[in-house]
Write a protein that binds this ligand. Structure first.
Ligand code: FES
Length: 78
C-alpha cells in the first residue's frame, strides 16, 4: 500500500526503514521524504512507526522497580 503519494513510499518501505534503525518520524522523513510535501501521509506513517517499532524489553530488576513505583512504594535499595 502506498502511504506517501507525493514520494511514492509504501508501508513495506517504511517498515524496512524501521527495521534498519529509523526510530522516529523525523528519521523516516529524512530518509524517505515522507510528510515533506503535502503532509497527508504523516498520520499513517506515525501509526506504522508505533505498530512496527520493537517492544522495549526491560530487565527483571527494572521491571520490579517500575512496579514498585506504580504501587507508590518508591525505589528499593539493592
Ligand atoms: S502524501 Fe506524503 S508528503 Fe504528500
Amino acid at each position: 500500500m502506498i502511504v506517501c503519494v507525493c514520494h511514492n513510499v509504501s508501508d513495506s518501505r517504511i517498515r524496512r526503514s524501521i527495521d534498519a534503525g529509523a526510530e522516529s518520524f523525523a528519521d523516516l522523513r529524512q530518509e524517505l521524504q515522507i510528510g515533506s510535501t503535502c503532509g497527508k501521509c504523516a498520520g499513517c506513517a506515525r501509526q506504522i512507526l508505533r505498530e512496527h517499532q520493537p517492544a522495549i524489553i526491560l530487565s527483571p530488576g527494572v521491571q520490579r522497580l517500575l512496579n514498585g513505583l506504580q504501587l507508590g512504594q518508591g525505589a528499593v535499595a539493592a
